[in-house]
Design a protein. Sequence first.
Length: 357
Amino acid sequence: MGRRAVTAGLIADISLRRGSLDLAARLDISAGETVAVLGPNGAGKTTLLTAIAGLGHIDAGRVVLDSEILEDTVTGEFIEPEQRPIGVVFQDYLLFPHLSTLDNVAFGLRARGVHRAESRGRAREWLARVGLADHADTRPSQLSGGQAQRVALARALITEPRLLLLDEPLSALDATTRAATRRDLRRHLAAYDGVRIVVTHDPVEAAALADRLVVLEGGRVVQVGAPAEISAHPRSRYVADLVGVNLVSGHGRRDQVAIGTDASLTVATPVEGDVLAVIHPRAVTLHRQAPSGSPRNVWQGHIISLDRESERVRVQVGGLLPIVAEVTHGAVADLGLAEGDRVWVSVKATEITVYPA
């Protein structure tokens, strides 16, 4: 991320190798800000979180929280994980099965030497805050997924950390529970004034919870920005797939973008140099015969797959310029589309967004 003066917040400049993963990433996050880290499996998302938490030394770099050095490989400084003002919500919550909900929440305080009566009193307050006051004596095995997530969050926040790390906090929930729990989580995060980092692979979850997104691929930060900015200008195929758009790279000259050696797109705005072009699947029209009329981009392809969703069908078209179209179920029926069929593809120049690569 871009450098800026941060006194209350996190600066993490981390380089490390773990097996085949070569991670080199920098985060610069202000207090009160929520950042979601997204990336494909193996990108280094969880490794980045555990490095910040101090669960293993980094090879090079430093981690600074609210101007306090937690780790610096140059000076050799290293604060042990249990001494860091950090709360962690793990993917599977990791609640202690033999302890009650109350004692699970109180555990962090007890580990820091707080008297049992005081820690349990504060744990009751936190259970009430997350809407589970009547579950104080319940064991984790008796909790729903959403309830367990709230217990894990209360356990992380009761120690008043300056940094909250959440690793796939909603992934263990079913679709029905996830939406309601996401709303609860957003509310609790808004009431917390420290730094928040959420690791997720779900773009809906990221957009709902985060002020900014950090996209990690192959151990490197490839894009940073607000959710709307990331969606409008994806900078990698992974990000484009994540937000559901077509992304092609090419070389622009006036109103033409050359893609490889044999394909090109006509665009509405003159461009020069290496560019990225985004085409929304709903802007792609499919035809049985070569279309007539205004489209300035027309080519032939063949249908690779049809993915039927509730209201639309995503049609993957292969050929000289592979692309995904999103059409209605009625259009699929009217055109009689099936896998392997030859089709004509058309896209208006005005429907293509182009920006520097």
